[in-house]
Design a protein around this ligand. Structure first.
Ligand SMILES: [Zn+2]
Ligand SMILES: [Zn+2]
Length: 85
């Protein structure tokens, strides 16, 4: 069975993929860029008032690292890795 490789555009880590249509989420977005520890999920204020004008609100799950003072908040989003063409 052939395996496909895809490289994360952010951290350069190589992932194995099952097919050309396959994709994975690299876990580097969960890693604190300051200390390298795994960060903690952080849900920002989700009151309905924050709905955008078109009624569509982007799902925002942020990560933060509590090891710093003040805690480090990351805006990094998951990186989708697809097979290299
Ligand atoms: Zn990555
Ligand atoms: Zn940290």
């Amino acid at each position: 069975m052939a395996a496909f490789e895809g490289k994360c555009s952010r951290c350069g880590k190589t992932h194995l993929l099952k097919s050309l249509e396959d994709s994975v989420l690299c876990d580097c977005w969960q890693i604190c860029p300051v200390c390298g520890a795994e960060m903690t999920p952080y849900m920002p204020d989700t009151t309905p008032r924050t709905y955008a004008l078109d009624g569509h609100r982007e799902l925002q799950t942020l990560m933060f690292c509590p090891r710093h003072a003040p805690p480090f908040f990351s805006k990094q989003k998951p990186v989708e890795v697809k097979p290299d063409a």
